[in-house]
Design a protein around this ligand. Sequence first.
Ligand code: PLP
Length: 425
Amino acid sequence: MKKYSELSQDELIKEKEVLSNEYKQWQAKGLKLDMSRGKPSVEQLNLSMPIFDILDGKSLMRCMNGVETRNYGCLEGIVEAQHLMSEIMDCQPEQVIVCGNSSLNIMFDTVARGYMFGFGGCTPWCKLEKVKWLCPVPGYDRHFAITQHFGFEMINIPMNDDGPDMDMIEDLVSKDDSIKGIWCVPKYSNPQGIVYSDEVVRRMANLKPAAKDFRIFWDNAYAVHHLYKEKCKILNILHECEEADNPSLVFEFASTSKITFAGGGIAAIACNNANRQELKKTLTVQTIGFDKINMLRHARYFMDVESVDEHMKKHAKILRPKFEMVIKTMERDLGDAGCGTWTSPKGGYFITYEAPKGTASRIVELAKEAGVILTPAGAPFPYHMDPNDSIIRFAPSLPPLEELEQAADIFTVCARIAYLEKLIL
Ligand code: PLP
């Protein structure tokens, strides 16, 4: 099979006819498949059900240090949960504050604190004429939704294979004090599965921003979400920031949403002491304490990082065949045709398909009409604007393998048709 770009117009038209017939056959099946969001499957959620047997009417509800989990108090979270989250986040327990059920919620609150009260004694962002934010792209749509909600101007930063373009970041932050932050998903990034190299982490920690209140939002959402035996490692950003004499530069976030239950786990923020004291001034007004019973359940279920590891292997066993099947289908159907490229992540929740320029929205539209809901084209970009209209985030976790197989087949038919439409004059 020749590349589509090497086919004559007649050959392109013939190929399109064949694929259009296949497409119609899929349409006739009236399928309803949803590939749009990176949710764990029911099978994955079932893995964590024993967590409910951890506490019963007879359980000791006090923590190791005597804190009563059923009562108010303990703003920073119970020690056992601080310990568990510090292992997941690869930092010190005393750097961690365990909050409610969602890291995204903590990120929103952290941006809101910068906006309302300011960081490090600087002017609150709400009082500034302009606030800008760096957004490595493609990235997590809900990050961009937060900074858009606060009215910040978002600046796209291209991603390389080992993390965001550091030359561009260093240049921008050193010159412009209206740039106040950057979104980072340093391990198995959403949506490309990229792992930041040591050099990128070090350069990030060594940034010299013009704004004293510039902060890195280090969303370590997929810290332990390996698909394979080989576990990618990243440097500890809090440590690197200390080494670089930049200890207040970073807030790190993580949760157990994709370890136990999405929306029913525990979430945490980690930072240095100065940031922590500032954070607590607001937190102490916001709440008397988060859900310590859920923290206790989690901490007793996962006694140490090895038990988290064992648990994540079970997730990987369910997820790996799904990822591999989608990638194989893309290789089989799109490889020879030279129709786009795709990532083969070693962890995380997404595969990114980079379609030929100007075809992503059309692929999503075609897929929808054949019963497959994909994440809208443009979603992984600020303002939903993909300058090349080429990135599609594929989320293989939720559907059962058989449904995913159908969705992947339909997807590659749509991708080829959209490309052929472009090539046929
Ligand atoms: N951060 C990233 C990069 C994600 O992909 C997700 C969910 O998809 C979240 C955060 C949401 O985390 P949480 O459930 O802890 O709010």
